[in-house]
Design a protein around this ligand. Structure first.
Ligand code: S3P
Length: 428
């Protein structure tokens, strides 16, 4: 699918929106709801393609999940109630589904085969397969055994003390979810803190998890109890409109009920450091805190972004790169080699596509360098099937007078099904 976006004269973005539910939290609500005992109600669940794939995977293991008005209800079977699927589980484009699912299935005494799309087939699964094998799961896959399609035979696993070479919530979560059904205690240590939604959600379902700095531990053989979850708006989706509000002249917009878990708010810190006019007002403080965020356009300046903040904004780097093209001076993004193993190699796709619109941007081994103060022009660009690249290019089109054509724009529905509708509303 292609999408043609027209920008005539100077546009401005004004209004108030609510972005769809957080993708990371939505996956976890369905997963823990499925393996808990009793019913779980999830309000505000993201119904983008990735989370629909997670739901479908659990349905194939005998879990009933239905939409009912403004919530989704999961009839938790308890972990022991999961059934061996007679069909392969297809995760589509979702790295979170395949990696967390491998963690859950490590404790399940049956065989499962997981597949995904062309992007998933290229993404490394060894980062979860290695620790899960150490715990006793039998995992095999393409190439060296760690690429999808991948199969797992779980059950009878033991706790592990694992030091992860990457700061990855998907790795940490897969190990903790396996640890939940292992013998003994499981411990994961990461080089930097990654998002902690699994830990928070486990507690909401009555589980016990201990966090000590960069080390997280879980005792095995715990039962979870179904509960009610309210999913806040996804800060990674809000990020596109936060940056849009900052860089499209004369804009002012408010995004309501955005999740502001501190492990995710690197984008707000970076926008503030660049000089953005941004105000947060607390909306709720439940399992996951949320705020209404208002941003007005302002002059941004280039900065250096690297170190511990990277895991707190890893998914926002494509849109930060766009903000940097409009800032005064140079922005350096470093320590972000993880970008290479996302839905696309996001160092390559960001650089390649923004260059088509006139940006002055260079790739580096672990990030990119962006020279600011550039007037962008329209072009025929491509999401490469990566939702966040597609949305970044759509926001870029607001600054490029004329017609920008985005190829493969359907990918946007992975995390933000009504993105174009919101963009249209804010433009008018
Ligand atoms: C996610 C964790 C991050 C993030 C991804 C979602 C999660 O990946 O990029 O979009 O839900 O746990 P890593 O944990 O692999 O860095």
């Amino acid at each position: 699918m292609t999408n043609t976006l027209k920008t005539e004269g100077n546009i401005q973005l004004k209004g108030t929106i609510r972005v769809p539910g957080d993708k990371s939290i939505s996956h976890r609500a369905v997963m823990l709801g499925a393996i808990a005992k009793g019913k779980t109600r999830v309000y505000g669940l993201l119904t983008g393609d990735d989370c629909l794939n997670t739901i479908e995977c659990f349905r194939k293991m005998g879990v009933e999940i239905r939409r009912d008005g403004d919530y989704v209800e999961v009839d938790g079977t308890g972990f022991a109630g999961l059934q061996e699927p007679v069909d392969i589980l297809d995760v589509g484009n979702s790295g979170t589904t395949i990696r967390l699912m491998l963690g859950i299935l490590a404790g399940a005494p049956f065989h499962t085969c997981l597949i995904g799309d062309a992007s998933i087939a290229k993404r490394p699964m060894d980062r979860v397969a290695v620790p899960l094998r150490q715990m006793g799961a039998r995992i095999d896959g393409r190439k060296d055994g760690s690429f999808a399609p991948i199969s797992i035979r779980g059950g009878g696993i033991e706790g592990v003390d694992y030091v992860s070479p990457v700061a990855s919530a998907q790795v940490k979560s897969a190990i903790l979810l396996a640890g939940l059904h292992a013998e003994g205690v499981t411990t994961v240590t990461e080089p930097q803190s990654s998002r902690n939604h699994t830990e928070r959600m486990l507690k909401a379902f009555g589980g016990q998890v201990e966090v000590d700095g960069l080390t997280t531990s879980i005792r095995g053989k715990q039962d979870l109890q179904g509960t009610t979850i309210h999913v806040p708006g996804d800060i990674s989706s809000a990020a596109f409109f936060l940056v849009a509000g900052a860089i499209v002249p004369n804009s002012e917009l408010t995004i309501q009920n955005v999740g502001i878990n501190p492990t995710r708010t690197g984008i707000i810190d970076v926008l503030k450091e660049m000089g953005a006019d941004i105000i947060e007002e607390t909306a709720s403080d439940e399992i996951e805190p949320a705020a209404d965020i208002t941003i007005k356009s302002s002059n941004l300046k280039g900065i250096e972004i690297g170190g511990n903040i990277i895991p707190r904004l890893i998914d926002e780097i494509p849109i930060i790169a766009l903000a940097a093209t409009q800032a005064e001076g140079r922005t350096i993004i470093k320590d972000a080699a993880e970008l290479k193993v996302k839905e696309t190699n996001r160092i390559d796709t960001v650089v390649q596509e923004l260059k088509k619109m006139g940006a002055r941007i260079e790739p580096t081994d672990d990030g990119m360098i962006i020279h600011g103060g550039t007037k962008l022009h329209p072009a025929r660009v491509d999401s490469h099937g990566d939702h966040r690249i597609g949305m970044m290019l759509a926001i870029a089109s607001c600054l490029a007078e004329g017609e920008t054509v985005i190829e493969n724009s359907e990918a946007i529905s992975i995390s933000y099904p009504n993105f174009f509708q919101h963009l249209k509303e804010l433009k008018s």
